[in-house]
Design a protein around this ligand. Sequence first.
Ligand code: GLY
Length: 358
Amino acid sequence: MKKEITRRNFVNRTIGASAGVFVLPALTGFTKQERTKGIKPLIITSHTNDTGQKAIETGWEILKNGGSAVDAVEKAANIIELDAEDTSVGYGGLPNENGVVQLDSSFMDGKTYSAGAVACLENIKTPSSVARIVMQHTDHVLLVGAGALQFAKAWGFQEENLLTEKARKIWLRWKEELSPTDDWGVPEHLQNLKKNESYWHDFPDIEHHYGTTNVLAIDMNGDIAGCTTTSGLSFKINGRVGDSPIIGAGLYVDNEVGAAGATGRGEDVIKSCASYYIVLKMKEGRTPQQACEDALQMIVDRYRKVNPDFFPGEKFVAINKYGDLGCATMKGNRKPQMSVRVDKGFSRYDGKIAFEGK
Ligand code: GLY
C-alpha cells in the first residue's frame, strides 16, 4: 500500500525515531472563563519616541476595526523599522564591524503557537515582515544570513542599501576611535587637529548600543501576538546573532498567559531565556511588572556569583492577557517606559529600575 509522505513522517524517516526533540511546554493554566474576563484590544512598544507612538497608533487602527494582533504588530513594527533616523532598528540601523547592516527579528502568534525569525538578514528594510512569513509559510522557525535573504527575495522583498549616511559616518568614526595602534584616522602629525573633521561635530559621542524594539498586542478576540526587531549590537562581529530572533529570549507569546519582549544586552537575554521566563512567571501568578523584575533578579543572581559588581543593561516589557503591563530595567538614571495604546488613548507606562542605587 502506498503511504502518503506527509511533512511529519518525512521528517521522522529522515532524522530517525531516536533523535530527541526539545520543546518548551505550552503555558496553559487559566480557565476559559478567566480568559474572557476583561479582554480589550491593546498594543504596546518598548519604543518611547514619536515613531513609537506613530507605530502603535497604526497598530491601533487595525485592532479597533477588529483586525488581528498579528497584523497590528507587523504594521507597527514596520513603522519603526523604516525610520531612517533610528540607528537601532531596521533601515538606518548601525552596521557590524565591517560596515554591513545585519538585522534580526522574531514574530510569535500566541493563538497558533507559531513562531518565525530571521537573523543576520542583509538588505531588507522590514525583517519583521520576513519573520512573519517564516512563521506562516514554512515549517521552520529561524532562517539566517544568505538563506534568509534568498527567502525574502522569493517573497518579493526588494534588496536595498540599509546603511544611511548617518550610520556610515558613525561607523567610520568608531573605526577611527577603535584603536591607537591601527592605521585608521588622520596622520599622526595631525592627530591633535582631528576634531576639525566635520563628523566629530555631528556625532560627538559614538553610539554603541543594543537598541531594539518590542511590539506586543492583544486583539478583540483576545489573541496575542508579538514581534522583536533590531539591527543588534552596533559594530558587532560579522555574523553575531543577538537575542531578538531567538524565541524564548527576545520574545515569547502565549495566548493563555501573555507576552514578553527584551531589549538590551542580547547575550544575557539568550542565556537566561528571559522572555520565556517572564511568561512562565506570569503563568505562576506574578503580575507582568513583577515578572519583568523577577527576570532581572534571576540574571543578577547568576552574575553575582562571579562578579558582584556587574549589572547588565536589559529592559523587559510584558503584558498579560488581562491587559496588565510591566516594564523594568536593570539600572539607569531614568525610569524605563513603554508606549501603550488602548481605547482610552495613548499613554506612556512608567516601569521600574530594579537595582536603583545598588
Ligand atoms: N537586544 C539586541 C541585541 O543584543 O542584539
